[in-house]
Ligand binder design. Structure first.
Ligand code: DP6
Length: 350
């Protein structure tokens, strides 16, 4: 029977108010622009990592299904595990069992919670330090937005600088700093969009507006940051909408154009403007997909949900509030057998 070192972690998705879009040209997966996000409560990724000397290769089981060796997700997971092996001196391959308690098929951001949970669980299982800054840096090397999910509440991540190799997000304000609510208008259940990594690479390579985005982003980031600290809803809305729209404008100008929006996306933007015109606090942001995330206050959340559900093309809404950072979970939280040995077969109790 081989010795198995395992650990389980839970992490939550985050939504960027000041967007990250594009990487530095000098490697190490460094962001070209600073970003600021809110980590959400409610939706969670739970991931168990088990280093096991009897394994011949790293295995990834997502939502109960084993992913093929050559799959993009398996490759990215193995890349993170290679870093953990290099830092810890461990040589064993690992079995990674992960599940989300929110729908991933809709293309709602899941890589941030996924790689934050993986970075924490793998670090703990390998005996590496598990302080949030170290977990954030490790997660960032695989997926930049995941760096922010290491922390809860309002989180910032500066742009990469020449010579950087380590770069971690930092907490700006705790989750109870400002009781915002977010209502996600789901506008499509269908196939995935062009992923963020590919989308920003294509934008950086072909869009004449990409340099303008990189120039504009730091000032928008500062406006978002100041508005969060001052709890100024109107100022935050103006800066966050500008950040999302300028990010998307850079992609729309790529060749060929990268347009994440559908008609329903635009209808929701119009509905948010209508709500605001009627005095309801609301602003939108959009990531690499057709869904719209609408920020509002807890008092107005019900009215915003009703208004969004009435927009043609909105299939359903998902509501959330700010939440905590990545944390370790008790053994067996994922639902696999907790006994060590070769028993775990990845049959995640999703
Ligand atoms: C639009 O973090 O998924 O959600 O670093 O290549 O993994 P990689 O990209 P990813 O990009 C997220 C982009 C975004 C905006 C944001 O979250 O800041």
């Amino acid at each position: 029977m081989s010795v198995v070192s395992r650990a389980t972690a839970i992490a939550h998705p985050n939504i960027a108010l000041a967007k990250y879009w594009g990487k530095r040209a000098y490697g190490h997966n460094l962001p070209a622009v600073p970003s600021l996000s809110v980590t959400l409560a409610g939706m969670a990724t739970t991931t168990e990592v088990a280093f096991d000397a009897s394994l011949e290769r790293d295995e990834l089981h997502l939502g109960g299904a084993a992913l093929p060796e050559g799959a993009e997700a398996t490759r990215r997971v193995a890349g993170l595990l290679d870093r953990v092996r290099a830092a810890s001196g461990r040589r064993e391959r690992a079995r990674v069992v992960s599940r989300n308690d929110f729908p991933t098929a809709a293309g709602l951001a899941s890589s941030a919670s996924a790689f934050a949970a993986l970075a924490l669980a793998a670090s703990a299982a390998a005996g590496l330090p598990t302080a949030p800054a170290q977990v954030s840096d490790l997660a960032r090397k695989t997926s930049v937005s995941a760096a922010r999910s290491a922390f809860g509440g309002f989180v910032e991540l500066r742009a990469g600088r020449p010579g950087d190799e380590a770069l971690a997000a930092t907490p700006l304000a705790p989750e109870d700093h400002w009781p915002l609510a977010v209502v996600i208008a789901v506008t499509r259940e269908g196939p995935k969009d062009v992923g963020s990594s590919d989308g920003m690479r294509h934008t950086a390579a072909t869009s004449p507006y990409f340099p303008a985005w990189v120039d504009a982003a730091p000032a928008l980031f500062e406006e978002v940051r100041a508005a969060v600290l001052a709890r100024d809803f109107a100022a935050l809305g103006a800066a966050a909408e500008a950040s999302a729209l300028r990010m998307h404008a850079s992609s729309i100008a790529a060749a060929p154009a990268l347009l994440y929006w559908t008609g329903a996306t635009v209808e929701v933007l119009a509905a948010v403007r209508r709500l605001r015109g009627e005095g309801t606090p609301a602003f939108f942001t959009i990531d690499a997909g057709p869904h719209v995330k609408v920020f509002t206050t807890p008092e107005a959340q019900g009215a915003v949900e009703r208004a969004l559900l009435a927009v043609p093309g909105v299939l359903r809404t998902i509501s959330a509030v700010p939440g905590g950072g990545a944390r370790l979970a008790p053994a067996g939280a994922i639902g696999t057998p907790s006994a060590s040995g070769g028993a775990a077969d990845g049959s995640a109790g999703a």
